[in-house]
Design a protein around this ligand. Sequence first.
Ligand code: NAP
Length: 281
Amino acid sequence: MKILIVGANGQVGSAANQVLSENKHNEIFALTHKDLDISNRNDVFNLLTTIAPDVVLNAAAMTNVDLCESQVDEAFSINAFGVRNLAQCCEHLDAHLIHLSTDFVFDGKITRKYSEYDKTNPLSVYALSKLGGDQEALAYSKSTVLRVAWVFGNEKGDFFSWVLDGLNSGSLDSLIDNQISTPTYNFDIAEVLSRCITSRLFGLINVANEGETTRLEMGQILAEKLGIKESLKGITSESLARPAQRPNYSSLSTGLLTELTGIQMRSWQDALDDHIKRIAK
Ligand SMILES: NC(=O)c1ccc[n+]([C@@H]2O[C@H](COP(=O)([O-])OP(=O)(O)OC[C@H]3O[C@@H](n4cnc5c(N)ncnc54)[C@H](OP(=O)(O)O)[C@@H]3O)[C@@H](O)[C@H]2O)c1
């Protein structure tokens, strides 16, 4: 199977590249931002038509949530219009499109985990542009949209590596404790998307590790697992006055994923153990 990954250097893209490459029947074309800008429609059509993949994984996005507030055109151009380009090109090639959505499409006003059928209400430009991308992808019948939350697993650029740097340098003493979601390991997402490819599962599906938590608790548990003495205190997101608003609650339920695939997501703490082992190698 020919699988083309765009945004192949990112957290999800790099894990997917690794996991999908383990299957010797797969031929992977891993494209970074330098290789292909998904907002350039001509380039998308030219390159994809030349490669003629069976599957296109869109792991590309403008993910700097605060920057999207000031770079609105760019956010829409990548997160929404870029997905239109990929979806329409996949339709032209009859290829399976896999796209990634975000828990930030919700406003956090409910107190149970969000299902695939809950009403969205984006609070930021990032969230609105991502919702646009979901709609573009889902307009194509052979698309899978995996909605994920609080992704971790990138050694150099994820939340845990940022916390670790802060703890080691003594520059971090507080983390947000009034926002709750379901952290999700990039390699666990990659396993799910691999299954979506082999089982040709289409439509919107939530993917998240089990258990919900705050950023403060994530930092505390990381420190505990690594034997680091820490004295992190909780702060509110409002106290940071960041440009983009985030939902205070955005946990995702994974009942539909289990129903469709039998996959039972493990807890985020177990996934974190794997991540720690992986980065210690
Ligand atoms: N990270 C999270 O917590 C989180 C939570 C929920 C959903 N998601 C979604 O999950 C997906 C993957 O996120 P991630 O955490 O893996 O993001 P990431 O690590 O920031 O990776 C995104 C990748 O997209 C590339 N990119 C940016 N603009 C591009 C463009 N115009 N054309 C082609 N490539 C472009 C980036 O390359 P450069 O860096 O070189 O620009 C980067 O390699 C995204 O759709 C994101 O919205 C992420």
